[in-house]
Design a protein around this ligand. Sequence first.
Ligand code: CP
Length: 353
Amino acid sequence: MTKAPLIDEWEQRREEIRFKTPPQNHHRLFHLLHPKQFDRTFLDQMCELTTDIRTLAKTPEGQSHLQKLLAHKRAMLYFTQPSTRTFLSFNNACHILGIRTSEIRDSSTSSEVKGESLEDSIRTFSSYVDVIIMRNLEKGLAERAATLMEAIPRPIPIINAGSGKDQHPTQALLDIYTLERSLSHRGGIDGKVIGMMGDLSRGRTARSLAYLMKNYRNVRIVFIAPMAFTMGRDILDHLEEHGIPYTATTDLTEVIADLDAIYVTRIQAEHDIAGESQKIDLSRFTISSKELGALKEDAVIMHPLPRGPELHPEVDIDPRAKYWRQERNGMWMRAALLTRIFNAEAELYALAR
Ligand code: CP
């Protein structure tokens, strides 16, 4: 009997997953703290695993397989800095994989108010769960938690879900995935001009994404920011060290036509000391229907969200706007990350058969 032709990309992909050889030689990932842990091989592997999990989740049968994958694991979501999508995407990534979750979202509801140290709090979480996913205003707290884990009898992985103004490594992973997918018909990120606009000095998402550009060939970065909020010297030094060309401007109109992707970010007014954000003419760092005409027809518009006035809702219907997809990709990428951290890839592909 002749087999019916595969009718869409997802069916084809599902067939490929069924016959895939489980990866043998992936290096083990335990803590996830900083984008410096990611090389090109890791990024490519994570993008592939993310797509495979997304594909499996498209059918009820695949969803029930995924639910069994890590049903024996528990996760702590310790988010004492505000979050909507990182929290919800990690929470739902856990649920997709069957992981049960506990959460603290406000330190006033924990024994921190009685004076318990952060170290003791984190050690306490580790008594009950198998992974701690944490967001905190304090730079370096995730690293401190990881160091603490190395010194106790039952160490568990620590995932940095955003550390102050410094880094947001899991956001960088989902941003890479979204860029690679959105540019896949043009060879992916390699060879592209990537614009990053907004508050680049205090926006950890742009900092982490810029950091990862060293993994891609022939990329060029264009930073577009008010003089008060230009990209930090540490990231520029890193790009120079790795030979990644970049330019910086305060005028979007000068560069917009060159961009293959623009990563728009909001002004992080919550970090103001003396109302610095109020002095900025935001209209010069904004994407609205006016700017769309100057962008390449196949350019990609991204934003880590939440947005402010720098990204007008009228852009949402433009086919180049990828930020809602980017947000959803966060859930799939974080499910892939947990699968990798718990070394469950072979099991994933075995369940798919
Ligand atoms: N992109 C991002 O980190 O969003 P949240 O602050 O809502 O988690």
